[in-house]
Design a protein around this ligand. Structure first.
Ligand SMILES: [Zn+2]
Length: 135
């Protein structure tokens, strides 16, 4: 059964056993977690970060961008606006793939820092200067 509302539930730790219809929000861990609003019980984890989701509180909760459960068979796709679930057309396979590629690229960027650091550039500059003096 598709839900029309999610009830914000403020927690420190997200419980292991989630209740359908609740949007668990942990400020300590900058994460919101809920069970897919379609009722399939897939867990939707939305990290709250500049490159993740933004949570707005005005007495009710708004989450942006949309939640797309493209990894689940239901392919549910919806916005959470003022605690209300606004259903969108099912998320496509292409969009899911693009999201996975984007996530992997973001993860790879974290693992592999930029090769050219400021001190390497400085060392290279000093080496070049020494070479030009001796030459
Ligand atoms: Zn679902």
């Amino acid at each position: 059964m598709r839900l029309r509302r999610l009830e914000p539930t403020y927690v420190t730790y997200v419980p292991g056993e989630l209740e359908q219809g609740r949007l668990y929000i942990s400020m300590e861990y900058s994460t919101a977690v809920h069970l897919c609003a379609c009722g399939c019980r897939a867990k939707a984890v939305t990290p709250l970060a500049s490159d993740g989701w933004t949570l707005t509180f005005d007495g009710s909760v708004t989450l942006r961008p949309s939640v797309g459960n493209g990894q689940s068979p239901c392919r549910s796709h919806y916005l959470i606006t003022r605690d209300v679930v606004e259903w969108l057309p099912p998320i496509g396979v292409a969009a899911t793939r693009a999201a996975i590629v984007r996530d992997q690229a973001a993860a790879a960027a974290v693992r592999a820092p930029a090769r050219s650091t400021w001190w390497k550039r400085l060392v290279d500059a000093l080496r070049r200067r020494r070479r030009s003096r001796s030459g």
